[in-house]
Design a protein around this ligand. Structure first.
Ligand code: FES
Length: 232
């Protein structure tokens, strides 16, 4: 099921982002060269420009690794609390967020969960080892496939207080194409076009601050892969 990346390729946006990593949030930087890359993407896909962020190329996986669809190793140590980075795996943007204690508390608050379509992740959008309220292995780190489950746009990372939904935004993701919203566990809000939570890719930690995306944990009984997931 590689339809979503193909749609992005047709729009001329994702290829200009290839092999790049995106940082967003506290401490993010915007090198000029990377800004030019961003503008190149804009020429090919004005409709999705609001879904893009400035690029940096530290932590960049090797191009042949990406092309082969192999697992990608990420160093999480530089990711600041509350910050998101984006890496590319199998042609898909992968969102990685270091969540703060306040953000984790919010995700368990009834004020958040009562507004969600699938708060308990009953739909098969994550491996069994991420089937929990934080939809992750380590609650501190959120790892998602960053493709909206409606029609495949790239949702924007919107921290708490961002101008979303007329105020009182608790933090999460907003899709600029048709307005779908997700919380900071990638759980979709009710009443928006997207039918499912954002998918969680297979992954496991190889060390305290190192994660391998694209591979289930060793000795895990699950045979989870993205081809099992709906709408991506
Ligand atoms: Fe995201 Fe339609 S593609 S809301």
């Amino acid at each position: 099921m590689d339809a979503a990346p193909d749609r992005l390729a047709m729009l001329g946006v994702w290829p200009s982002m290839s092999d790049q990593i995106v940082h967003h949030g506290p401490g993010a930087e915007t090198p000029r060269r990377d800004f030019l890359l961003l503008m190149t993407g804009a020429l090919g896909g004005i409709g999705l420009i609001s879904a893009l962020w400035p690029f940096v190329d530290t932590l960049e996986p090797a191009a042949d690794t990406i092309a082969a669809g192999a697992p990608v190793d990420i160093d999480l140590a530089p990711v600041k609390p509350g910050q998101q980075i984006i890496v590319k795996w199998r042609g898909r943007p992968i969102f990685v967020v270091r969540r703060t204690p306040d953000q984790l508390k919010m995700l368990q608050d009834k004020a958040d969960t009562s507004l969600l379509r699938d708060a308990n992740s009953t739909e098969f959008q994550q491996p069994t080892y991420a089937k929990n309220w934080h939809r992750s292995v380590n609650p501190e780190f959120l790892i998602l496939v960053g493709i909206c489950t409606h029609l495949g746009c790239i949702p924007e990372f919107k921290p708490k207080g961002a101008d979303v939904a007329g105020g009182n935004w608790p933090g999460g993701y907003f899709c600029p194409c048709h307005g779908s919203k997700y919380d900071l566990s990638g759980r979709v809000f009710a009443g928006v076009p997207a039918p499912y939570n954002l998918p969680v890719p297979p992954y496991h930690f190889t060390a305290k601050d190192k994660v391998r995306i694209g591979e289930n944990p060793p000795n895990d009984d699950a045979t989870y892969s993205l081809s099992d997931v709906d709408q991506i």
